[in-house]
Write a protein that binds this ligand. Structure first.
Ligand code: ATP
Ligand code: MG
Length: 167
């Protein structure tokens, strides 16, 4: 990586990737030279998809995604976020804010991360209005109760939700 290159980390569970996540990814590509979508390995959260499955789905979705001059990387991580960010020589953490409920949690995390690693900046992007109510958790709830989630996740993810849950 060239010394003036700006690399950002977009961390999350992505269980699974939603259009809300994709919107944040798309908008971040115009701000950075490289964006690492970092899938948290969080077995305690009892995820529907393994970290490997989540990474693979994101890669597949991003395969036909025009990210312009920004390089997109997908990988999983575990442990303290700032340690991971430092290990990648990244300058920024990207987070999306949907509502006041996100804000309070994100404020605490950003301030703690600032204390742990003052050189790393957290960059907040306001959720786009059309997806501001979408979360992976709500989406999975609706899907498991046979509700329609088309349009809120990429088509490929709808298929993977179906095959994961018995057709
Ligand atoms: N619809 C959305 N619009 C904008 N940002 C979003 C959206 N959904 C998630 N994000 C952001 O993406 C990042 C990763 O979030 P995360 O993986 O926890 O997704 P989530 O949808 O909140 O999942 P969960 O329901 O499991 O918590 C966070 O910064 C979160 O605020
Ligand atoms: Mg969340």
């Amino acid at each position: 990586m060239k010394p003036d290159m700006k690399r950002a980390i977009f961390p999350g569970s992505f269980d699974p990737l939603t259009m809300g996540h994709l919107d944040i990814i798309e908008r971040s590509t115009s701000l950075f030279d490289e964006l690492v979508i970092a899938v948290l390995n969080n077995p305690d959260k009892n995820p529907m998809f393994s970290p490997e499955e989540r990474c693979e789905m994101i890669e597949e979705v991003l395969a036909d995604f025009n990210s312009g001059d920004c390089r997109l990387v997908v990988e999983s991580f575990s442990g303290l976020l700032v340690n991971y960010v430092k290990s990648k020589n990244a300058t920024s953490i990207i987070r999306g804010i949907r509502a006041v409920s996100d804000y309070e949690y994100e404020r605490r995390m950003a301030l703690m991360n600032k204390r742990l690693a003052p050189e790393i900046e957290t960059v907040f992007l306001m959720a786009s209005e059309e997806y501001s109510y979408v979360s992976s958790r709500l989406l999975k709830q609706v899907f498991l109760l046979d509700g329609r989630v088309d349009g809120l996740v990429p088509k490929l993810i709808v298929d993977r939700l179906r095959s994961k849950n018995g057709g």
